[in-house]
Design a protein around this ligand. Structure first.
Ligand code: ZN
Length: 90
């Protein structure tokens, strides 16, 4: 009696797992190998970690000399108050 229950449960589990695998393969679309856009990130979204170098300059909003970072775009940003240097840094 107990063996028949065990065999029946094993058969039920196997058939459910197989049915789930078949249903999943049926629903999942065929992969075309292209899942993400390849466009580069726009320039205004550059983060400070992508800065080229650092230099000291006078921060006008703070009224003191602070550390700036220079970006690939030519812009510069104060590391303390995040304001940009007028006219860019050269
Ligand atoms: Zn500043």
């Amino acid at each position: 009696m107990n063996d028949r229950i065990t065999i029946g449960a094993a058969f039920l589990m196997t058939s459910l797992a197989g049915g789930a695998a078949v249903a999943r393969a049926w629903v999942t679309p065929v992969s075309r190998g292209r899942h993400r856009a390849t466009a580069p990130a726009p320039a205004p979204l550059l983060r400070p970690i992508e800065a080229l170098d650092q230099f000291e300059a006078r921060c006008v909003p703070e009224g003191r000399t602070t550390l700036y970072v220079r970006f690939r775009t030519g812009a510069a940003m104060c590391l303390d108050c995040r304001s940009s240097l007028a006219g860019g840094a050269r």
